[in-house]
Design a protein around this ligand. Structure first.
Ligand SMILES: [Fe+2]
Length: 371
Protein backbone atom coordinates (compact mmCIF):
# COMPACT_ATOMS: atom_id res chain seq x y z
CA UNK A 1 0.00 0.00 0.00
CA UNK A 2 1.42 3.42 -0.91
CA UNK A 3 0.73 6.60 1.03
CA UNK A 4 0.69 10.06 -0.41
CA UNK A 5 2.26 12.92 1.59
CA UNK A 6 -1.03 14.00 3.21
CA UNK A 7 -1.85 10.46 4.32
CA UNK A 8 1.69 10.09 5.64
CA UNK A 9 1.37 13.28 7.70
CA UNK A 10 -2.03 12.21 9.01
CA UNK A 11 -0.77 8.77 10.07
CA UNK A 12 2.47 10.01 11.66
CA UNK A 13 0.60 12.89 13.30
CA UNK A 14 -1.90 10.45 14.85
CA UNK A 15 0.88 8.15 16.05
CA UNK A 16 2.79 11.10 17.58
CA UNK A 17 -0.42 12.30 19.23
CA UNK A 18 -1.03 8.82 20.65
CA UNK A 19 2.55 8.61 21.91
CA UNK A 20 2.32 12.07 23.55
CA UNK A 21 -1.04 11.17 25.12
CA UNK A 22 0.39 7.89 26.42
CA UNK A 23 3.48 9.56 27.90
CA UNK A 24 1.37 12.34 29.44
CA UNK A 25 -1.03 9.80 30.86
CA UNK A 26 1.79 7.74 32.33
CA UNK A 27 3.24 10.86 33.94
CA UNK A 28 -0.15 11.78 35.34
CA UNK A 29 -0.86 8.41 36.87
CA UNK A 30 2.79 8.01 37.92
CA UNK A 31 2.82 4.47 36.64
CA UNK A 32 5.53 2.55 38.37
CA UNK A 33 6.95 -0.89 38.02
CA UNK A 34 6.06 -3.00 41.01
CA UNK A 35 8.18 -5.96 39.98
CA UNK A 36 8.86 -8.49 42.72
CA UNK A 37 11.32 -10.48 40.69
CA UNK A 38 14.87 -9.30 41.48
CA UNK A 39 16.06 -10.81 38.20
CA UNK A 40 13.90 -8.43 36.21
CA UNK A 41 15.30 -4.94 35.81
CA UNK A 42 13.01 -2.08 36.78
CA UNK A 43 14.57 0.07 34.04
CA UNK A 44 13.73 -1.65 30.80
CA UNK A 45 16.19 -1.41 27.94
CA UNK A 46 14.88 0.96 25.27
CA UNK A 47 13.47 -0.88 22.31
CA UNK A 48 14.43 0.50 18.88
CA UNK A 49 10.85 0.18 17.61
CA UNK A 50 8.15 1.10 20.12
CA UNK A 51 4.80 0.03 18.80
CA UNK A 52 2.01 1.58 20.85
CA UNK A 53 -0.07 -0.97 22.77
CA UNK A 54 -3.83 -0.75 22.38
CA UNK A 55 -5.48 1.27 25.14
CA UNK A 56 -9.14 0.28 25.09
CA UNK A 57 -11.43 2.65 26.98
CA UNK A 58 -14.96 4.01 26.61
CA UNK A 59 -15.25 6.72 23.99
CA UNK A 60 -13.93 10.09 25.20
CA UNK A 61 -12.12 8.62 28.23
CA UNK A 62 -8.36 8.40 28.61
CA UNK A 63 -7.24 4.79 28.50
CA UNK A 64 -3.95 3.19 29.37
CA UNK A 65 -2.04 0.52 27.46
CA UNK A 66 -3.57 -2.88 28.01
CA UNK A 67 -1.59 -5.37 30.08
CA UNK A 68 -1.37 -9.13 29.51
CA UNK A 69 -4.37 -9.32 31.82
CA UNK A 70 -6.86 -6.56 32.46
CA UNK A 71 -9.17 -6.48 35.48
CA UNK A 72 -11.76 -3.86 36.31
CA UNK A 73 -12.26 -3.49 40.07
CA UNK A 74 -15.58 -2.19 41.38
CA UNK A 75 -16.96 -2.26 44.92
CA UNK A 76 -19.69 -1.28 47.36
CA UNK A 77 -22.52 -0.90 44.89
CA UNK A 78 -25.50 -0.79 47.23
CA UNK A 79 -27.75 2.04 48.35
CA UNK A 80 -29.91 2.24 51.52
CA UNK A 81 -31.20 -0.89 53.35
CA UNK A 82 -33.64 -2.88 51.27
CA UNK A 83 -32.98 -0.84 48.14
CA UNK A 84 -33.76 -2.35 44.74
CA UNK A 85 -32.30 0.59 42.83
CA UNK A 86 -28.70 1.61 42.20
CA UNK A 87 -27.11 5.04 42.05
CA UNK A 88 -26.29 6.43 38.57
CA UNK A 89 -22.54 5.75 38.94
CA UNK A 90 -23.24 2.00 39.22
CA UNK A 91 -25.37 1.88 36.08
CA UNK A 92 -22.89 4.09 34.25
CA UNK A 93 -19.94 1.88 35.25
CA UNK A 94 -21.72 -1.27 34.10
CA UNK A 95 -22.74 0.34 30.80
CA UNK A 96 -19.18 1.52 30.08
CA UNK A 97 -17.44 -1.61 31.36
CA UNK A 98 -17.27 -3.67 28.14
CA UNK A 99 -15.42 -0.79 26.43
CA UNK A 100 -12.40 -1.30 28.70
CA UNK A 101 -12.32 -4.87 27.35
CA UNK A 102 -11.47 -6.50 30.68
CA UNK A 103 -10.71 -10.18 31.11
CA UNK A 104 -12.43 -10.10 34.47
CA UNK A 105 -14.44 -7.85 36.77
CA UNK A 106 -13.61 -8.10 40.47
CA UNK A 107 -16.15 -6.80 42.98
CA UNK A 108 -15.14 -6.00 46.55
CA UNK A 109 -18.61 -6.82 47.95
CA UNK A 110 -21.72 -5.06 49.24
CA UNK A 111 -23.66 -5.76 46.08
CA UNK A 112 -27.03 -5.57 47.85
CA UNK A 113 -28.19 -3.69 50.96
CA UNK A 114 -28.94 -6.30 53.63
CA UNK A 115 -27.58 -6.81 57.17
CA UNK A 116 -30.86 -5.95 58.81
CA UNK A 117 -32.84 -8.66 60.57
CA UNK A 118 -36.16 -6.92 59.83
CA UNK A 119 -35.74 -7.43 56.07
CA UNK A 120 -37.97 -10.24 54.82
CA UNK A 121 -36.84 -13.09 52.57
CA UNK A 122 -38.82 -11.63 49.68
CA UNK A 123 -37.19 -8.22 50.16
CA UNK A 124 -33.75 -9.82 50.05
CA UNK A 125 -34.68 -11.88 46.99
CA UNK A 126 -35.90 -8.66 45.32
CA UNK A 127 -32.52 -7.04 46.03
CA UNK A 128 -30.63 -9.93 44.40
CA UNK A 129 -33.01 -9.75 41.43
CA UNK A 130 -32.25 -6.01 41.11
CA UNK A 131 -28.54 -6.74 41.35
CA UNK A 132 -28.94 -9.28 38.58
CA UNK A 133 -30.81 -6.78 36.37
CA UNK A 134 -28.41 -3.89 36.93
CA UNK A 135 -25.04 -5.62 37.24
CA UNK A 136 -24.74 -9.37 36.76
CA UNK A 137 -26.94 -9.92 33.72
CA UNK A 138 -25.35 -7.11 31.63
CA UNK A 139 -21.90 -8.53 32.42
CA UNK A 140 -23.00 -12.07 31.53
CA UNK A 141 -24.46 -10.72 28.29
CA UNK A 142 -21.13 -9.06 27.52
CA UNK A 143 -19.31 -12.33 28.29
CA UNK A 144 -17.24 -10.81 31.12
CA UNK A 145 -16.44 -13.15 34.05
CA UNK A 146 -17.33 -11.77 37.49
CA UNK A 147 -15.24 -12.55 40.59
CA UNK A 148 -16.65 -11.18 43.82
CA UNK A 149 -16.44 -11.36 47.58
CA UNK A 150 -19.39 -11.34 49.94
CA UNK A 151 -19.76 -8.11 51.92
CA UNK A 152 -21.36 -7.51 55.30
CA UNK A 153 -24.50 -6.28 53.49
CA UNK A 154 -24.67 -9.36 51.21
CA UNK A 155 -24.50 -12.06 53.87
CA UNK A 156 -22.57 -11.15 56.99
CA UNK A 157 -20.81 -13.96 58.81
CA UNK A 158 -21.32 -12.19 62.17
CA UNK A 159 -21.76 -14.62 65.07
CA UNK A 160 -23.71 -14.21 68.29
CA UNK A 161 -23.24 -17.00 70.84
CA UNK A 162 -21.83 -19.21 68.12
CA UNK A 163 -24.80 -18.72 65.78
CA UNK A 164 -24.92 -16.77 62.52
CA UNK A 165 -26.94 -13.58 63.08
CA UNK A 166 -27.73 -13.24 59.37
CA UNK A 167 -28.17 -16.90 58.50
CA UNK A 168 -31.10 -16.31 56.18
CA UNK A 169 -29.24 -13.55 54.29
CA UNK A 170 -26.35 -15.98 53.82
CA UNK A 171 -28.71 -18.70 52.60
CA UNK A 172 -30.27 -16.31 50.09
CA UNK A 173 -26.87 -15.10 48.87
CA UNK A 174 -25.85 -18.71 48.37
CA UNK A 175 -29.15 -19.48 46.60
CA UNK A 176 -28.64 -16.59 44.20
CA UNK A 177 -25.02 -17.44 43.37
CA UNK A 178 -25.49 -21.18 43.03
CA UNK A 179 -28.43 -20.80 40.66
CA UNK A 180 -27.06 -22.04 37.30
CA UNK A 181 -28.68 -19.01 35.61
CA UNK A 182 -26.35 -16.76 37.58
CA UNK A 183 -23.07 -18.45 36.80
CA UNK A 184 -20.26 -15.88 37.13
CA UNK A 185 -18.23 -17.45 34.31
CA UNK A 186 -15.18 -18.32 36.44
CA UNK A 187 -12.79 -21.21 36.03
CA UNK A 188 -13.08 -22.58 39.57
CA UNK A 189 -10.31 -24.52 41.28
CA UNK A 190 -12.10 -25.06 44.59
CA UNK A 191 -15.69 -24.01 45.02
CA UNK A 192 -16.47 -26.01 48.14
CA UNK A 193 -17.12 -22.81 50.13
CA UNK A 194 -18.68 -20.85 47.26
CA UNK A 195 -19.84 -18.06 47.31
CA UNK A 196 -18.16 -17.27 50.65
CA UNK A 197 -14.68 -18.60 49.96
CA UNK A 198 -13.33 -20.13 46.77
CA UNK A 199 -10.48 -20.09 44.30
CA UNK A 200 -10.29 -19.71 40.55
CA UNK A 201 -7.72 -19.11 37.87
CA UNK A 202 -7.63 -17.11 34.71
CA UNK A 203 -4.82 -16.32 32.27
CA UNK A 204 -2.06 -17.52 34.60
CA UNK A 205 -3.32 -15.56 37.60
CA UNK A 206 -4.56 -17.42 40.69
CA UNK A 207 -7.38 -15.77 42.66
CA UNK A 208 -8.44 -16.62 46.20
CA UNK A 209 -11.59 -15.15 47.73
CA UNK A 210 -12.00 -15.32 51.48
CA UNK A 211 -14.94 -14.46 53.69
CA UNK A 212 -14.05 -11.09 55.17
CA UNK A 213 -17.67 -10.06 55.68
CA UNK A 214 -16.74 -9.55 59.34
CA UNK A 215 -13.46 -8.63 61.04
CA UNK A 216 -12.80 -12.29 61.88
CA UNK A 217 -11.92 -15.02 59.43
CA UNK A 218 -12.62 -18.39 61.10
CA UNK A 219 -9.46 -20.43 61.89
CA UNK A 220 -10.63 -23.41 59.79
CA UNK A 221 -10.98 -21.10 56.80
CA UNK A 222 -7.44 -19.82 57.35
CA UNK A 223 -6.23 -23.43 57.23
CA UNK A 224 -8.01 -23.72 53.88
CA UNK A 225 -6.39 -20.43 52.74
CA UNK A 226 -2.93 -21.75 53.58
CA UNK A 227 -3.60 -25.06 51.83
CA UNK A 228 -4.94 -23.30 48.73
CA UNK A 229 -2.14 -20.76 48.47
CA UNK A 230 0.54 -23.40 48.94
CA UNK A 231 -0.99 -25.66 46.26
CA UNK A 232 0.89 -26.32 43.06
CA UNK A 233 -1.77 -24.52 41.01
CA UNK A 234 -1.40 -21.38 43.11
CA UNK A 235 2.37 -21.45 43.26
CA UNK A 236 2.82 -22.21 39.57
CA UNK A 237 0.62 -19.28 38.53
CA UNK A 238 2.49 -16.16 37.48
CA UNK A 239 0.66 -14.05 40.05
CA UNK A 240 -1.59 -14.53 43.07
CA UNK A 241 -4.37 -12.11 44.08
CA UNK A 242 -6.57 -12.36 47.19
CA UNK A 243 -9.94 -10.64 47.56
CA UNK A 244 -12.00 -9.95 50.68
CA UNK A 245 -14.50 -7.31 51.75
CA UNK A 246 -12.82 -5.87 54.84
CA UNK A 247 -9.31 -4.49 54.36
CA UNK A 248 -6.27 -5.43 56.43
CA UNK A 249 -5.74 -1.78 57.36
CA UNK A 250 -8.09 1.15 57.74
CA UNK A 251 -8.00 3.96 55.18
CA UNK A 252 -11.26 5.89 55.61
CA UNK A 253 -12.69 8.38 58.04
CA UNK A 254 -15.29 6.67 60.24
CA UNK A 255 -13.90 3.22 59.44
CA UNK A 256 -10.89 3.50 61.73
CA UNK A 257 -12.43 1.55 64.57
CA UNK A 258 -12.46 -2.04 65.74
CA UNK A 259 -14.66 -4.28 63.58
CA UNK A 260 -14.33 -2.16 60.43
CA UNK A 261 -11.09 -3.82 59.28
CA UNK A 262 -9.74 -7.33 59.73
CA UNK A 263 -8.46 -8.34 63.12
CA UNK A 264 -4.87 -9.59 63.09
CA UNK A 265 -4.09 -7.67 59.88
CA UNK A 266 -0.36 -8.04 60.40
CA UNK A 267 -0.55 -11.83 60.79
CA UNK A 268 -2.77 -12.05 57.72
CA UNK A 269 -0.32 -9.94 55.76
CA UNK A 270 2.57 -12.25 56.68
CA UNK A 271 0.44 -15.23 55.67
CA UNK A 272 -0.18 -13.68 52.26
CA UNK A 273 3.46 -12.65 51.88
CA UNK A 274 4.61 -16.17 52.76
CA UNK A 275 2.86 -17.45 49.62
CA UNK A 276 3.90 -14.51 47.40
CA UNK A 277 0.46 -12.97 47.08
CA UNK A 278 0.91 -9.84 45.00
CA UNK A 279 -2.18 -7.84 45.93
CA UNK A 280 -5.00 -7.90 48.45
CA UNK A 281 -8.15 -6.29 47.01
CA UNK A 282 -10.76 -5.03 49.48
CA UNK A 283 -13.87 -2.85 49.75
CA UNK A 284 -15.99 -1.68 52.70
CA UNK A 285 -14.12 1.58 53.34
CA UNK A 286 -15.68 3.41 50.37
CA UNK A 287 -12.42 5.23 49.64
CA UNK A 288 -9.86 4.48 46.92
CA UNK A 289 -6.34 4.01 48.21
CA UNK A 290 -3.63 2.22 46.24
CA UNK A 291 -1.42 1.21 49.16
CA UNK A 292 1.23 -1.25 50.18
CA UNK A 293 2.92 -2.58 53.27
CA UNK A 294 5.96 -4.80 53.24
CA UNK A 295 5.76 -7.03 50.18
CA UNK A 296 2.00 -6.81 49.83
CA UNK A 297 0.12 -4.39 47.59
CA UNK A 298 -3.19 -3.20 49.03
CA UNK A 299 -5.87 -2.13 46.59
CA UNK A 300 -8.56 -0.42 48.65
CA UNK A 301 -11.36 -0.08 46.11
CA UNK A 302 -13.56 3.01 46.20
CA UNK A 303 -17.37 2.73 46.32
CA UNK A 304 -19.67 3.13 43.34
CA UNK A 305 -22.89 3.12 45.38
CA UNK A 306 -24.02 5.17 48.37
CA UNK A 307 -21.78 6.81 50.95
CA UNK A 308 -18.30 7.42 49.51
CA UNK A 309 -15.94 8.39 52.35
CA UNK A 310 -13.01 10.68 52.90
CA UNK A 311 -9.57 9.16 53.15
CA UNK A 312 -7.70 9.48 56.42
CA UNK A 313 -4.84 11.98 56.28
CA UNK A 314 -6.42 13.80 53.32
CA UNK A 315 -8.64 16.79 52.57
CA UNK A 316 -9.92 15.43 49.27
CA UNK A 317 -13.70 15.20 48.94
CA UNK A 318 -15.23 11.67 48.92
CA UNK A 319 -15.16 10.23 45.40
CA UNK A 320 -16.82 7.27 43.70
CA UNK A 321 -14.25 5.36 41.72
CA UNK A 322 -13.59 2.44 39.38
CA UNK A 323 -10.07 1.05 38.85
CA UNK A 324 -8.67 -0.64 35.77
CA UNK A 325 -5.77 -2.92 36.72
CA UNK A 326 -3.37 -3.91 33.93
CA UNK A 327 -1.05 -6.80 34.76
CA UNK A 328 2.29 -7.47 33.15
CA UNK A 329 2.88 -11.15 33.83
CA UNK A 330 6.59 -11.31 33.06
CA UNK A 331 7.58 -8.50 35.39
CA UNK A 332 4.82 -9.44 37.89
CA UNK A 333 3.75 -5.83 37.97
CA UNK A 334 0.44 -4.00 37.93
CA UNK A 335 -0.64 -0.60 36.71
CA UNK A 336 -3.77 1.19 37.95
CA UNK A 337 -5.95 3.62 36.04
CA UNK A 338 -8.65 4.94 38.34
CA UNK A 339 -11.62 7.03 37.25
CA UNK A 340 -13.82 9.38 39.23
CA UNK A 341 -17.14 7.92 38.09
CA UNK A 342 -19.02 11.19 38.52
CA UNK A 343 -16.76 13.27 36.26
CA UNK A 344 -15.09 10.40 34.37
CA UNK A 345 -11.74 12.12 34.94
CA UNK A 346 -8.63 10.28 36.12
CA UNK A 347 -7.51 10.17 39.74
CA UNK A 348 -3.95 11.41 40.03
CA UNK A 349 -2.22 9.14 42.54
CA UNK A 350 -0.03 12.02 43.70
CA UNK A 351 -3.06 13.81 45.14
CA UNK A 352 -3.62 10.91 47.58
CA UNK A 353 -1.84 10.82 50.95
CA UNK A 354 1.69 9.40 50.79
CA UNK A 355 1.01 7.37 53.92
CA UNK A 356 -1.75 6.59 56.38
CA UNK A 357 -1.18 5.78 60.02
CA UNK A 358 -3.51 3.01 61.08
CA UNK A 359 -4.01 1.14 64.36
CA UNK A 360 -1.97 -1.70 62.75
CA UNK A 361 0.89 0.53 61.66
CA UNK A 362 1.74 2.84 58.80
CA UNK A 363 0.82 1.95 55.23
CA UNK A 364 2.22 3.72 52.18
CA UNK A 365 0.93 4.80 48.81
CA UNK A 366 2.12 2.18 46.34
CA UNK A 367 4.45 4.51 44.44
CA UNK A 368 6.20 5.73 47.61
CA UNK A 369 9.39 3.98 48.71
CA UNK A 370 8.92 2.62 52.20
CA UNK A 371 11.78 3.90 54.41
FE1 LIG B 1 -19.25 -3.20 53.81
Amino acid sequence: MSYNRRQFLLVTGSLCGLAVATIAHQALTRTQNTSKNPLISSSPVASPVASPKPSPAPSGLIGSPRGDVRIVVISDLNSQYGSTTYEPEVDRAIALLPDWEPDLVLCGGDMIAGQKTSLTRSQIEAMWAAFDDHVAQPLRDAGIPFGFTIGNHDGSGALAQGKLTFLSERELAQAYWTNPKHTPGLQFIDRSGFPFYYTFTQKDVFYLVWDASTHLIPPEQLTWVEKSLSSQTAQQAKMRIVIGHLPLYTVAVGRDKFGEFLANGEQLRSLLERYQVHTYVSGHHHAYYPGKKGQLELLHAGALGGGPRKLLNSNLPPTKTLTVVDIDLNSESTRYTTYDMKTLSLINIETLPRMIDTPNGRIFRRDVTEP
